[in-house]
Structure formats: C-alpha cells, structure tokens
Design a protein around this ligand. Structure first.
Ligand code: NAD
Ligand code: IPM
Ligand code: MN
Length: 358
C-alpha cells in the first residue's frame, strides 16, 4: 500500500526516539512491500525557535494531508519561562484539538522479561493487560483560562467543562474496545466532588445500560483508582476517564510496564486519521545522550499501522520484534536489570528493525 505519514519529532529526546520509529517504518515497508512517504514538520519548542509559533499552520496542513502522524515529544527548560507568550505544549494541545483527536488509547502490558524492571511485586504484574481511554480534547485542559490581578493580589482559574456529546463519543470508543477485549469497563471520576464527574457518571451509566449491557461495568473514584492500579492491576481491562485524570494515571501505570519509555499511545478522531506518540515527554535530563528508550515510540508505530493504515499483520510483526529484542536483553538503562549490558537508543532501534527484516 501507499501511505503518507507526517513525522513531528519535536524536542529533547523526541527526535532521538522518532528516528528509531522511522527506522522501523522503513523496515516494515521493505519487508511487506509498502511505500510510506514520510514528511517532516515542526511542533513545540523547535517550531517556536524557527517560526515564533508552537504549531505553524504548515504543520496542521501537513497533518491534514497525511494518513497518520508520528510524534515524538515537545517541551523543555529552554521554553519554560512562566511569562512566555507561547509554550511548546500549546503545539501538542493545538494539533489534538485541530484534528479532533478526542480518544487517546494508552495500552499497558508487561513483558515477562521486564517484571524485574518494575519496582512493584512480580506476582502483581503477571498478566497485566489494561488500556486507558483518555478523553483528549476537553475538560480542564481546554476550558477558559484566566489570570488577573484583584484587590487581594493575583488570581487564576482553569475552567473544567464537558458536554454530553464529548462524554458519549469517548465512552462509546471505550465500550467498543472493551467488547473486543475482556468485556470490562471502569469509569474513573471524582463524582463525590466534581459536577463534571457527576455528568460523566450519569451519562456513562445510561449509555452502558442502553448500548453496552453486555459489559461488566464499574465506577471508581480517581484517588482510589491510583491505589488499585498498583495494588491489583490485573483486575482492570478498559478504563475510561477525563483528560487530566487519564494523563496522571497513565504516567503511574507506566511503572507497571517498567518505564515511561514503554507506553505507546494512539489519539483518534472519528475517521481513520490518528496521531501516534509515546506517553512520555521530552526527558531533558537524558536528551542527547543516547539513553532514551525508543520502544514506546516503536510500539506507537505498531498502533499507527493497525489503526490508521489497517495493517494488523505488520503491527503484530512490530510488536513481536519488540518482544524478541527485549527477550534478547537489548534494552536501554531504564528497563535494564542490574548487571545487564546497556544498549543505546539507536542500538535498540537497529535490533528491532533487524528482527523485522528477518
Ligand atoms: P518526561 O516524561 O519527559 O520525563 C519523566 C522521567 O521519565 C524523566 O526522568 C525521563 O528521563 C524519564 N523518561 C521519559 N521518557 C523516557 C524514555 N523514552 N526513556 C527513558 N527514560 C524516559 O516528563 P517531564 O520531565 O515531567 O517533562 C519534560 C518536558 O516534557 C516538559 O516540558 C513537559 O511539558 C514535556 N512533556 C511533553 C509530553 C509530550 O510531548 N507528549 C509529555 C509529557 C511531558
Ligand atoms: C501527555 C503530556 C501532555 C498532556 C502535555 C505535554 C501537554 O503530558 O501527552 O501526556 O498533558 O496531555
Ligand atoms: Mn502526560
């Protein structure tokens, strides 16, 4: 097949991990006889440096004209001034909103060889296989922001707003996913305090009754969920939750898999177009040192192949290659066990590409 893929490396370790993702795409193209046309664009801090804006119109146009988007990460200390007019993160939020990417799928599985890489007890990690469906274009991230000076000094506010339609569409994605998996759906909210959460709960409960009565359904408060994720992670199948809760819970869940560098994600709209990125950030503490784990990005490439290009065999091939490379002990420091030889970012990507090539 022929496909156009927009590649947005971004900042920090973004370009390092995306280079390995691209390597893997090229290995897949070669092995399966596809033509992937890769087109690079600017987003985040590098875009601010080049154009003054975190999301140049050109980048949005490039993404709209593509079949899928592969993104690294944005941000870093260089652009962190709280007084700055623009921030790299606005680029990421902007592209999610511009393309209507409301459903962010963040799967969490634990490779058997990496059970020792997690700080958690091995017997709790065996068989972890959950997916968080994070609402991505609403809530407190996108509500009105204010910062003003009043008689008592400065004040600020971030409005958290959700509409019924925004809740329904993302819960439907989660429900359909649960149906294809183990049939369990957990709504995570803070309905004991927040009005938006009470809206989520009443809409979701009704929708499940009307459209997903075959699923096992539960609700859970977000603070308790943070605890249960660590205490009994194998009990979860599909978690659906609002934007900020999903952001926080998935960084926590990454430690089940052993590292932030292991969790991929797919951000989906109504159609086929999707944006694929690791859940981690630009990791300024390790940028430029060849230490970044590229597997979250490579696993995001697998999600891209499956969801946007409808290439399940190719996706499975990438996932199997990642598992093989972990089995062979070719891993970066974040998931290495004591005494293990540590591989560089490039060495891990090379190894995955070589396995795909056969
Ligand atoms: P981070 O995810 O960049 O890093 C957190 C920790 O995890 C660091 O110790 C880092 O070294 C480690 N880590 C992350 N990815 C790794 C990888 N692939 N391999 C090995 N170790 C890895 O979060 P942060 O430090 O809080 O944020 C840094 C910057 O990234 C900020 O500017 C933030 O806004 C931005 N950020 C961007 C995204 C994104 O682009 N999607 C996501 C999160 C944070
Ligand atoms: C993520 C990041 C972003 C988010 C930031 C950088 C805007 O943390 O993709 O998880 O909060 O969504
Ligand atoms: Mn995050």
């Amino acid at each position: 097949m022929q496909a156009v893929i927009a590649v947005l490396p971004g900042d920090g370790i973004g370009p390092e991990v995306v280079a390995e993702g691209v390597k893997v795409l090229q290995a897949v193209a070669a092995r399966f006889g596809h033509t992937f046309t890769l087109r690079e664009g600017l987003i985040g801090g590098c875009a601010i440096d080049a154009t003054g804006e975190p999301l140049p119109a050109e980048t949005v146009a490039l993404c709209r004209a593509s079949d899928a988007i592969l993104l690294g990460a944005v941000g870093g200390p260089k652009w962190d001034d709280p007084q700055a007019r623009v921030r790299p993160e606005q680029g990421l939020l902007g592209i999610r909103k511009a393309l209507g990417l409301f459903a962010n799928l963040r799967p969490v599985t634990v490779h058997p060889r990496l059970i020792g890489a997690s700080p958690l007890r091995p017997e709790r990690l065996q068989g972890v296989d959950l997916i968080v469906v994070r609402e991505l274009t609403g809530g407190i991230y996108f509500g009105e922001k204010r910062r003003e000076r009043g008689p008592d000094g400065e004040w600020a506010s971030d409005l958290c707003l959700y509409t019924e339609a925004e809740v329904v569409r993302v819960v439907r994605v989660a429900g359909q996913l649960a149906r294809r998996r183990r049939g369990k759906l957990t709504l995570v909210d803070k309905a004991n305090v927040l009005e938006t959460s009470r809206l989520w709960r009443s809409i979701t409960t009704r929708l499940v009754r009307e459209e997903f009565a075959d699923l096992e359904f539960e609700t859970m408060l977000v603070d308790a969920c943070a605890m249960h994720l660590i205490r009994r992670p194998t009990d979860f199948d599909v978690i659906v939750t609002e934007n900020m809760f999903g952001d926080i819970l998935t960084d926590e869940a990454s430690m089940l898999a052993g590292s932030m560098g292991m969790l991929p994600s797919a951000s989906l709209a109504e159609g086929r177009l999707g944006l694929y990125e690791p859940i981690h950030g630009s990791a300024p503490d390790i940028a430029g040192q060849g230490k970044a784990n590229p597997l979250a990005t490579i696993l995001s490439v697998a999600m891209l192949l499956r969801h946007s290009l409808d290439l399940p065999e190719e996706a499975a091939c990438v996932e199997a290659a990642v598992a093989t490379v972990i089995d062979r002990g070719i891993v970066t420091a974040d998931i290495a066990t004591p005494g293990q030889v540590i591989a560089t970012t490039t060495a891990v990507g090379d190894a995955v590409a070589a396995v795909i090539a056969g």
